[in-house]
Ligand binder design. Structure first.
Ligand code: FE2
Length: 316
């Protein structure tokens, strides 16, 4: 089956094409972010201008014509409403795909994992998830009680005037830094980041920026590792994956790999191209749904800015 997927939940517009579980194309255009955050209406306008071009380039890369496409997946949510609408309107035979499910499924595919504990970490989300195979829905075992780890790092980057103001710049500046103790909050398998962020922001100008970036990253990732470790042990799981935009961090993967090895669990993840928002993951999940006989009429399609993962039915 030949399926095209459109991802447009935030600043990345991605179009991917999948044929029988094989990724043929993964094209994207990204709204430029410098030192500011993103304005939803401007991003939607940018995506609307780019969408046809990105679809054409994905079709060319895959060497197929639009007429051969048998189904189109789009991100239903969660995400920015104005941006999600562009993806839905660009699709025609439609499969609504939950963004978080897509991040996990593509990580399982590349990591060759069957039934992992998933640490899903991005700008707006940070959750520890496990698929319940009897109901085919994900259970949220733990999550951030305030902001996502990515948004926390981006917010710090903006306050520290890093350019571009996002987490990967924090990771670069952190190289060779020394550890300064910062607030650390894990509650069972839940965690919070705002206390850490507020404290770290107050240290800007007082402590070295390199030490601050290093310590902020180490503290936040250690919190994620502790919660993921608890989930792994409590569920007796032998597989762990990390996915989502923040899974591009080398340091986070290093820490999780070490923890998984300690418990003889297999650790897997997707290449960075597929941890960033991308259309291939949407196409991949849409194809599975279509093969399971899922059909949705154009009239009943919708977007959902919140679209919690536990409400999404999963097809394997
Ligand atoms: Fe994402």
């Amino acid at each position: 089956m030949l399926v095209l997927g459109i991802e447009s939940s935030a600043h990345t517009l991605g179009v991917g094409i999948v044929k029988d579980g094989r990724i043929l194309a993964n094209e994207r255009s990204m709204y430029p972010i410098k030192t500011q955050g993103i304005l939803p209406s401007s991003v939607a306008e940018f995506h609307a201008k780019m969408v046809n071009k990105v679809i054409k380039s994905a079709l060319a890369k895959a060497g197929v014509s639009i007429k051969e496409i048998e189904g189109i997946g789009y991100t239903k949510g969660p995400g920015i409403g104005t941006c999600l609408q562009i993806g839905m309107l660009a699709a025609k035979t439609i499969v609504p795909v939950n963004h978080a499910v897509a991040h996990i499924e593509i990580a399982k595919y590349f990591g060759k994992l069957k039934d992992p504990i998933a640490l899903y970490v991005s700008g707006g989300n940070s959750q520890i998830l496990k698929l319940d195979k009897s109901s085919m829905h994900y259970h949220v075992l733990g999550e951030t009680l305030d902001v996502g780890v990515g948004n926390m790092l981006d917010s710090f980057a903006r306050s520290a005037k890093l350019n571009p103001a996002w987490g990967s710049t924090v990771e670069k500046v952190a190289q060779g830094g020394r550890y300064i103790p910062l607030p650390y909050t894990v509650k069972g398998m839940d965690f919070t980041f705002t206390g850490l962020l507020t404290y770290a922001k107050k240290q800007i100008g007082k402590a070295s920026l390199q030490d601050l970036c290093f310590s902020l990253q180490e503290t936040a990732y250690a919190m994620l590792c502790e919660a993921a470790e608890r989930a792994l042990l409590l569920t007796n799981s032998k597989e762990l994956c990390v996915c989502g935009g923040v899974a591009q961090s080398t340091r986070l993967k290093e820490m999780l790999e070490k923890m998984a090895r300690l418990h003889k669990a297999k650790f897997g993840y997707a290449p960075n191209e597929f941890n960033a928002d991308n259309g291939a993951m949407i196409a991949y999940v849409a194809e599975k749904a279509l093969k399971n006989g899922y059909v949705e009429s154009l009239q009943s399609c919708s977007i959902n800015k919140i679209d919690r993962i536990e409400t999404a039915e999963v097809f394997l």
